[in-house]
Design a protein around this ligand. Structure first.
Ligand code: TYM
Length: 348
């Protein structure tokens, strides 16, 4: 078996309204992984335009996600932070993967079905091919681990299927070119912790999402203390007090969600939260949750504001990250071209 050096890759779309789900489900995990792995974190602007984005807002949102990464504790010098469109190899490899992946595989993607909805015929081709670009993001760095929230699980399974089919279809050429018995790793999704699926504050059965029309459904990373407190106060709940153990959260989606958010913010488990707050009324629990959320999130919002006041600095971080990403990705794409049989001309 070919061994791959361990490397982490993950991405976030710059589509505005970056929220607590993105922070607790993904970004805090990104921060943790830095201690043990080489990490590459990408603002996936090419994925964002699979649905319409106003150009000025896209540029702003790209800088905002970058600021959020840095404010949350990602170190862009020790690791790599960049925006996808600056590294052309993502698009090049995605085309090759479009020719490896099967229509049937993509037809099964639930996110496409949800996003395209009733207007499938009118969805962009990019929205349909979204998961092949995502596989390319990961595999152009031959990343071995990808921390994400629960909603990305199916896309990561597809990335593994694409890697396996590429390794299989080109097996002989891969060996002939000296790459052993596999060119791409079968990447492992890392979907763990208490916050892999944070739900809407308005409806405990719906995922917290950037595109929910209700602003009260999510706490965003740019909300100030008053907005956070108000949204927690208005969060939907049921009339019963909190249970004293995790079993008691069954069938109580909103209670389960708020306890999960509390646990993730406090970096503990739901059982511990219920040990302290079991039997409390929601009015009291919400006050404690708002206080905790403000203590944790307000410094990040403030640091983001400070960073966003100097967009040229953010752009220089992205340029530096892109340069380092490009050199890794270029190596992969050159080798892939050899494996596939694309002639790479060299001047005489
Ligand atoms: P995106 O931008 O929708 O979300 C970024 C990250 O946040 C996680 N997330 C959540 N986690 C918990 N609860 C929620 N309610 C919640 N909502 C979102 C997502 O799972 C994700 O980890 N397709 C990806 C971006 C991407 C990518 C990649 C990720 C492009 N290429 C390669 C990993 C590897 C997306 O749309 O994430």
């Amino acid at each position: 078996m070919t061994r791959f050096a361990s490397r982490v890759f993950s991405g976030v779309q710059p589509t505005g309204n970056l929220h607590l789900g993105n922070y607790l489900g993904a970004i805090t995990r990104f921060v943790e992984m830095q201690k043990t792995h080489n990490c590459i974190y990408c603002v996936v602007d090419m994925h964002a335009i699979t649905v319409w984005q106003d150009p000025a807002e896209l540029a702003h949102n790209t800088r905002e996600v970058t600021a959020a990464f840095i404010a949350a504790g990602i170190d862009p010098q020790a690791h790599i932070v960049f925006n996808q469109s600056q590294v052309a190899a993502h698009a090049e490899l995605a085309w090759i993967f479009n020719c490896v992946a099967r229509m049937g595989w993509l037809n099964r993607m639930t996110q496409f079905k949800e996003k395209a909805g009733k207007y499938r015929e009118n969805a962009s081709v990019g929205l349909f091919a979204y998961p092949t670009l995502m596989a390319s993001d990961i595999l152009v760095y031959r990343a071995t681990h990808v921390p994400v929230g629960e909603d990305q699980k199916q896309h990561l399974e597809l990335a593994r299927d694409i890697a396996a089919k590429f390794n299989h279809d080109y097996g002989k050429s891969i060996a002939d070119h000296g790459f052993g018995d596999a060119f791409f790793p079968l990447t492992e999704p890392l979907i763990t912790g208490p916050a892999t699926r944070i739900m809407s504050l308005r409806d405990g059965t719906k995922k917290m999402s950037k595109s929910d029309p209700s602003d009260y459904s999510r706490i965003t990373l740019t909300d100030d203390a008053d907005a956070i407190a108000l949204k927690v106060r208005k969060a939907r709940t049921d009339p019963e007090p909190l249970p004293s153990d995790v079993d008691g959260l069954k069938g109580r989606a909103e209670a389960d969600n708020l306890v999960g958010i509390y646990a993730a913010l406090a970096e503990t488990g739901k059982a511990d939260v219920l040990r302290d707050h079991g039997g409390s009324q929601f009015s009291a629990f919400k006050l404690a949750l708002a206080e905790l959320a403000v203590a944790r999130m307000a410094p990040i919002a403030e640091e983001m504001r400070r960073l966003l006041a100097d967009p040229a600095h953010i752009d220089s971080v992205l340029a530096d990250g892109a340069e380092r990403a490009r050199s890794i990705a270029q190596d992969t794409i050159d080798s892939v071209k050899d494996v596939v049989g694309f002639v790479r001309g060299r001047s005489a």
